[in-house]
Design a binder for this molecule. Structure first.
Ligand SMILES: CC(C)(COP(=O)(O)OP(=O)(O)OC[C@H]1O[C@@H](n2cnc3c(N)ncnc32)[C@H](O)[C@@H]1OP(=O)(O)O)[C@@H](O)C(=O)NCCC(=O)NCCS
Length: 184
């Protein structure tokens, strides 16, 4: 196993994953993933807060809202599901990692888990999409690392639309990107 995979396995063992319930609300509202003054990150954080009361407003309704804790402390959150019932890809609506825990691979692990659930859930296509502000170098870097492609949003040049088809793989990598959209 490569050094990077060993790190991923250790992280996966360490994280305690759960589906959001109203009992988590106060903890989620106190969760900070956005570095101060970084607007695209603050927008992602606000979506996490909004989901505590209005998860039904996301996409075609009631997506997965997954929390990750380490030793009882909330370190990450991801929300994903279908934007419209017949979309060819699930949407990652938002993803955040506690500012104190950035750059440890937690965001990558949460995105991989979302992709794995997409492939495993019969209600979902085996493809994943998201909209990312072009200035959000952290999220764009994470997607680049996973091999996920992007194109400029034709409706708003400030954003990229990302997309990829994925498959499950045996072993610590969990998922593999099998295709990415042709780039502009
Ligand atoms: C985007 C975010 C979720 C990334 O989470 P993370 O756990 O820190 O990311 P990872 O540790 O998995 O990083 C994976 C890769 O992303 C890139 N990346 C992440 N943070 C970076 C940074 N500060 N600078 C440069 N590259 C960065 C790197 O390529 C990194 O790989 P490396 O550490 O091996 O070089 C986190 O920064 C965050 O919560 N941001 C605020 C909310 C947000 O903007 N969400 C995205 C909404 S679209």
């Amino acid at each position: 196993m490569s050094g990077a995979s060993e790190k991923a396995v250790a992280l996966l063992r360490q994280l305690d994953l759960s589906i959001y319930t109203s009992a988590d609300r106060d903890e989620v509202l106190a969760f900070k993933c956005a570095p101060i003054g970084h607007r695209p990150a603050e927008a992602a954080q606000d979506l996490i807060y909004k989901a505590t009361d209005r998860l039904g407003d996301f996409g075609s309704g009631y997506p997965y809202f997954v929390l990750a804790r380490d030793n009882g402390v909330l370190v990450g959150a991801i929300i994903f599901g279908l934007e419209h019932p017949d979309d060819p890809a699930i949407q990652i609506f938002t993803l955040g990692v506690a500012v104190t825990r950035h750059r440890e691979g937690i965001g990558t692990m949460l995105k991989k888990i979302a992709m794995a659930l997409a492939v495993s859930d019969e209600a979902f296509p085996n493809a994943v999409a998201s909209t990312v502000h072009r200035a959000n170098y952290r999220m764009n870097g994470l997607n680049d690392n996973l091999g996920i492609g992007r194109n400029q949003d034709p409706l708003d040049g400030e954003f990229y639309i990302t997309g990829a088809t994925v498959e499950l793989v045996n072993g610590p990598e969990i998922v593999r990107v099998t295709d990415r959209p042709p780039e502009d």
